[in-house]
Structure formats: C-alpha cells, structure tokens
Design a protein around this ligand. Structure first.
Ligand SMILES: [Zn+2]
Length: 254
C-alpha cells in the first residue's frame, strides 16, 4: 500500500471515487500525503480526497514553459508565488495589475531560464489575487488558479467564471463513469457523459436545474452520451471546456 500519491487532480478524484464506491476497499484508504499539480484542483476534489484518504491535498501550480509558479501554503489552501525564481503578474483585460479577489491573466517572467528566456510571458492561465498570508512568509498569494482561458465559461454580459460543480451532484443525478461540461454556445451548455451502467435511470431534469441555479437560469443544457471523453492535446482530462470562438463573443455582445 503506498503512503504518498503524486498525480493529477482528476486521477486523485477518480481513485477516491473508485475506493469510496467499492465495499471491499471501504470508504477509508489512509495515505500520508497527496501532491497534485498539472490541472485545476477543484474544492470538491479536496473534500472527496480528504474523506477517502484521510489527508489533505497539497497542490502546486506549474507549467512546462516556466517551471513552478506557485505552491500551496503549508497552513492555508491558497498558493504562494515562488518569487525567488519567478516574477508573476496577474493582469486585468486592460493590463492593469489585479487587486485582491480579482481574477486576471497570469503573466510570468522566470528568473533562471537563461537558455530560453521568457519575459512577461502570457501563460494563458487565470488566477485570483489574495490578501497577504497570515503565515508571514511574505510571498504574494493566489487564492485560486483557474486554468486556461479554454476552461472558463464566458457569457454575453461579459462575465466569465470557472464552473465548480460538485462531483457528488453528478453521482446523485447521472451516476456517470466520466463527465465533462462544455460551453457550446453563448447560453448553451453540453454535459458529456460516459455512462457507468446503461440500466441506471438518469435524472437530467434535476441536473439541469442544478446547473441553471449554479450558473445562470437562462442556460440551455443538453446531454450527450459518449464511449469515452477525449483528452486535451496535452493528454489531460478537462472537466470544463469553453468551445466558444471569438466570433461567438462578438455576436453575443450587446
Ligand atoms: Zn502562507
């Protein structure tokens, strides 16, 4: 039995769900630690893993282009920018530095990448700036890293957000083996499902009501069943995917 798990958040969530559902394994499979990175870590995955593995996830934000950008604080679930090795700016659409609790683009300047220097490189990720941390490390704080632009849903009123559905809600309403939620139109959502058992009755009405309550009441929600959900070009599973084009934004602008 391993003591530590180092993996993507989606793998940790899948393992936790598998163990929790298997009566032979039982709901508890204690680990000494879980270290995740490479994908967006949702609060729901933290909760599920804490219940099943009896330990808290430690997450880090890293990228192939830049190396480590931020690592979770040892006392709080937010992230500390690794300022000793990288300069990170969180910028608004107008390229103004974001204030605490504002979401902006991550622009990075690694300080030790002498072979292929990157200067103010747009990571195409978004993160939320946090208040200074009580741990007194003094490093800048990111409260959330919400991933690539393609993972944010964008609506006609100009708002954009990182959806954060509860995995348990999917389990209660749809019982899928795997799922993905895509924004396919300005006000259209497609829920993609790999069914776990063809005989299970799915409550798509209940799921639609949940999505409309969580995101917007004027959304159309469609369901598509698939044999498997394709991975991203980088080989990762993406829970949320925005498939709007720039033209969609222009056409939907007031
Ligand atoms: Zn801290």
């Amino acid at each position: 039995m391993p003591d530590y798990l180092l993996t993507y958040p989606s793998n940790a969530a899948a393992l936790a769900a598998f163990i929790a559902d298997d009566p032979k394994l039982g709901p508890h499979f204690p680990l000494k630690g879980i270290w995740t990175g490479g994908e967006i870590l949702l609060d729901d995955v933290r909760t599920l893993c804490a219940e099943v593995f009896r330990t808290e996830i430690v997450d880090w934000y890293n990228a192939h282009e830049s190396g480590p950008l931020a690592i979770q604080c040892s006392h709080y679930p937010h992230y500390h920018v690794q300022s000793e090795i990288i300069l990170i700016e969180i910028l608004s659409r107008e390229n103004i530095p974001c204030k605490p609790n504002e979401l902006g683009r991550v622009v990075a300047t690694p300080l030790y990448n002498f072979a292929t220097p990157l200067i103010r490189y747009d990571m195409n990720d978004h993160a939320m700036v946090g208040e200074p941390c009580a741990c007194e490390r003094g490093l800048p704080v990111l409260t959330r890293v919400v991933g690539r632009s393609r993972n944010l849903f964008r609506f006609p009123d100009g708002t954009s957000l990182q959806p954060n559905f509860r995995t348990r809600t999917f389990a209660e309403h749809l019982k899928p083996r795997q799922w993905q939620v895509a924004q396919t139109g300005p006000l259209e959502i497609e829920v993609r499902l790999v069914a776990s058992n063809a005989k299970i009755k799915m409550d798509t009405e209940g799921m639609t009501a949940y999505i409309q309550k969580l995101l917007r009441s004027d959304l159309t929600v469609k369901y598509r069943f698939m044999s498997e959900i394709p991975l991203s070009p980088g080989g990762k599973h993406e829970d949320y995917l925005c498939e709007l084009t720039d033209t969609d934004d222009i056409e939907s602008s007031p």
